[in-house]
Design a protein around this ligand. Structure first.
Ligand code: UFG
Length: 325
């Protein structure tokens, strides 16, 4: 099958392209390289262009007949989305609509959308299954939730089938060491902890020690990027087999606190990791843990690299390869 991977030069998109090619599919990457890297496109052909440009989309869909489109190209920083909501609604919402309209105009179907646990805001309960109401608390989460609603409307009116995958905390790296996480600036806990372990940073900041959790730090559900890719592949199979649209929460169902992540990283790396205690970061919910029962039941998803040590060990291999190829 031929798949368009929008944002295929980014963290999850680059791993997905590898996964698709390894599973016998043909990949075209569309990426404007605003946050992604040319060197991360190791699988599939790169078209440098933006979904913000309808002419570019017309050309891409005019030249290729895609069996599915996967969309990884969005801005992901919660704090920045509060300061600059216009950029987030433009890129994450309006540009996604351009993409969907290009699909519609060219008769392309089957859309897999990268959604997020941020659509749940401060959830009243954990673990979070798909029945928990969406109540995003920042523009980033709202932009993703709006796309999910748009997709429901596009299905109703135009028959576009889609699967929304709500990632909890994506982490880890390609076990073969070819690909990994590379954000600039990096804001995510695990890569920052490992940069402190390798000496690229003097210390890791712990944002908040007074949360209502056993050790006072925030709890998250870390899920391996390769396990996320496996869920995407299953989502494609569902769409291609006529299984219909769906929405799935993707995590391992295990919550780890910031302190537990740091302790695990100390064990995995054998390095000292200096801490710096800082106030809470605005907008961080105390606990986000997924109930992925629906993905297991309906997609047959079974995370293979779910334990935190494996996630951190894979990310550590990538950190040790810095500066990356
Ligand atoms: N943290 C620190 N120090 C750091 C960085 C993070 O203590 O230097 C803490 C955060 O406060 C949080 C936890 O580590 O409690 C995880 O933070 P990340 O930034 O790694 O991840 P988030 O949970 O904030 O974000 C993830 C995704 C977002 C998504 C969000 C949903 O990366 O795209 O989940 O809430 F919006």
């Amino acid at each position: 099958m031929k798949v368009l991977v929008v944002g295929g030069a980014g963290y999850i998109g680059s791993h997905m392209s590898k996964c698709l090619v390894r599973n016998g599919h043909q990949v075209v990457v569309l990426d404007d390289l605003s946050t992604g890297y040319r060197s991360a496109v190791r699988y599939g052909a790169l078209i440098e262009g933006s979904i913000g440009n309808p002419d570019c989309l017309n050309r891409v869909f005019g030249e290729h007949a895609f069996d599915a489109v996967m969309h990884f190209a969005s801005f992901i920083q919660v704090g920045e989305s509060v300061r600059e909501p216009a950029r987030y609604y433009r890129n994450n919402l309006a540009n996604t609509q351009n993409l969907l309209d290009a699909m519609r105009e060219h008769g392309a179907g089957n859309f897999v959308f990268s959604s997020t646990a941020a659509i749940f805001g401060e959830p009243a309960q954990v673990p979070i299954d798909e029945g928990v109401p969406s109540a995003p608390i920042n523009p980033y989460g709202r932009s993703k939730w709006m796309v999910e609603q748009m997709l429901a409307d596009y299905e109703h009116a135009y028959g576009l089938q889609s699967v929304c995958l709500r990632y909890f905390n994506a982490a880890g790296a390609d076990p073969e060491g070819e690909l990994g996480e590379r954000h600039d600036p990096e804001t995510h806990l695990i890569p920052l902890v490992l940069q402190a372990a390798s000496g690229r940073r003097p210390a890791i900041s712990v944002f908040g020690t007074d949360y209502d959790t056993p050790d006072g730090t925030c709890i998250r559900d870390y899920v391996h990027v390769d396990d996320l890719c496996a869920a995407h592949l299953l989502a494609l199979q569902r769409l291609w087999q006529g299984g219909g649209s769906g929405r799935y929460n993707l995590g391992n169902g295990n919550g780890f606190s910031v302190r537990e992540v740091i302790d695990t990283a100390r064990r995995v790396t054998g390095r000292d990791i200096p801490l710096r205690f800082e106030p809470r970061r605005a907008g961080d919910p105390a606990r986000l843990v997924a109930d992925s029962g629906r993905a297991r039941r309906e997609l047959g998803w079974q995370p293979a690299r779910g334990d935190l040590e494996t996630i951190i060990a894979d990310a550590w291999r990538w950190e040790l390869a810095y500066p990356w190829r």
